[in-house]
Design a protein around this ligand. Structure first.
Ligand code: FAD
Length: 414
């Protein structure tokens, strides 16, 4: 990675994860043909291990269900090929059922004349494909390892200091540095946060049968349990329960863990042969009080975290990145100061309410599937059956999950 630093940039992005790298790619590609392309710098603390196309390294335990809108953005910035030539699994169907009461709904891309609903992709593959793309752009500098320690305002912009005391000057700093964002904390932006009484266990498994084009999600009182297809005979498990139960699941022998999985998921999935790794994460929802401050903007998990039960976290982060890139590119074309509050507030107005709606919707799903009195359980199950029966509602839910509804940035559109 390039390490030319102590330099002046238009935008400094702290965090080269999936969202920060997307912002960089979108900004740099959109302004590449302008008279003066934007100079963008990405500061990333730790890069993922390499994965060359044509090789078959062990799977990353963290995977994302990328929506069609996210695929559109990745194609637009020239990074999708880097995913397709590594590993990804297209899915066309999504089956959701209530284990207690038997309510069930099945979504099928063919019902809305779509070729697919999304792709399951390892997080590392998404990040590497974007970093590979931006490495080819002249107007981008990626510095890694580089950890932001602090920043201060100067007469014309902002100066960032790294933990090795190197400095970077920019008109605007963007915090794409995840849920514990240093940029957000330094800007004094508060976070409204609620920890769910749930942790998530993720596991990578090998199956006897090749994976189909379907993702499975069952709801039990302790939380949802998902079986997500990967390539060939591999799949990813995401299983929610209390912290104690998740610790107990992690401590099970491989054979006992496989028994638990097979008891949970439909027999048509075939046997689970092997488990390659298990990890767990606490689950929280959080929303920053603002996405912008003086010469500062936040994107992705630095601005919000959502319950991952519907796999929307990175998808809405990528939409933030594309929206901010669109607003900043327009401002740059008009030779405006990118730190101008009027410009930054345009981004905030665009994304804040959309994300608040998503956070609340996912919270409502979480609330609806908590342990409930039998009458509420029956109503919940009936509502799944209702979605199954009312075609327009079902189609609207699918379009929303594909990321193709609402006010979406140009590069996310089909
Ligand atoms: C169990 C689980 C399952 C999930 N499943 C899905 C799913 O299916 N679909 C989906 O859309 N989302 C899912 N999510 C959410 C998704 O993983 C996050 O929304 C996503 O990782 C956020 O990306 P990000 O780039 O904003 O932040 P991060 O991935 O946290 O990246 C932040 C980057 O910033 C760097 N960094 C941090 N601090 C500094 C610093 N001071 N200086 C320099 N660099 C720094 C870090 O090294 C990191 O690379 C899931 C989450 C969990 C917990």
């Amino acid at each position: 990675m390039n390490d030319s630093i102590n330099a002046q940039y238009d935008v400094a992005i702290v965090g080269g994860g999936m969202v920060g790298s997307m912002l960089c790619a979108a900004l740099a590609t959109s302004s590449q043909h302008a008279n003066t392309p934007l100079r963008v710098c990405v500061l990333e603390n730790k890069l993922p291990p390499p994965f060359e196309p044509g090789t078959d390294p062990e799977y990353d335990l963290r995977v994302s269900a990328l929506s069609v809108a996210s695929q559109n953005m990745l194609e637009h910035v020239g990074a999708w090929n880097g995913i397709a030539t590594r590993r990804c699994c297209e899915y066309k169907r999504l089956s959701v059922w209530d284990n207690e009461q038997g309510g069930r709904t099945d979504f099928n891309a063919a019902d809305i004349q779509a070729s697919h609903l999304g792709h399951i992709v390892e997080n590392r593959v998404i990040q590497l494909a974007l970093l590979e793309r931006i490495a080819k752009l002249d107007n981008v500098t990626v510095v890694s390892p580089a950890k932001l320690s602090r920043y201060r305002y100067t007469q014309s912009g902002i100066e960032l200091t790294l933990d090795n005391n190197a400095t970077v000057q920019a008109q605007l700093v963007v915090g794409a540095d995840g849920a514990n964002s240093t940029v957000r904390q330094q800007a004094g932006i508060t976070m409204d946060k609620k920890n769910y009484p749930q942790h998530a266990l993720v596991a990578s498994v090998a199956t006897q049968l090749p994976q189909q084009d379907i993702t499975w999600q069952r709801f039990v009182p302790a939380g949802p349990q998902a079986f997500l297809p990967l390539c060939d005979q591999r799949a990813s498990i995401v299983w929610y329960d209390t912290a104690e139960q998740i610790d107990a699941l992690k401590a099970l022998s491989e054979a006992d863990f496989i028994d638990r999985l097979q008891a949970a998921f439909p027999t048509e999935l075939g046997l689970v042969n092997e488990v390659y790794g298990r990890a767990s994460f606490p689950i929280a929802k959080a929303h920053a009080s603002s996405y912008v401050a003086n010469r500062v903007a936040l994107v992705g998990d630095a601005a919000h975290t959502v319950h991952p039960l519907a796999g929307q976290g990175v998808n809405i982060g990528l939409l933030d990145a594309a929206a901010l890139a669109q607003v900043l590119s327009n401002a740059h074309a008009q030779q405006r100061d990118l730190g101008d509050q009027k410009i930054l507030r345009r981004y905030q107005r665009w994304r804040y309410t959309e994300n608040q709606i998503m956070i609340s919707a996912l919270d409502s799903i979480y609330e609806a599937f908590k342990p409930r009195p039998p009458l509420v359980q029956k109503a919940r199950s009936a509502s799944l059956n209702l979605v199954e029966q009312i075609t327009p509602i079902k189609h609207r839910v699918m379009k929303h999950a594909m990321g193709l509804s609402g006010d979406i940035p140009v590069i996310a559109q089909s």
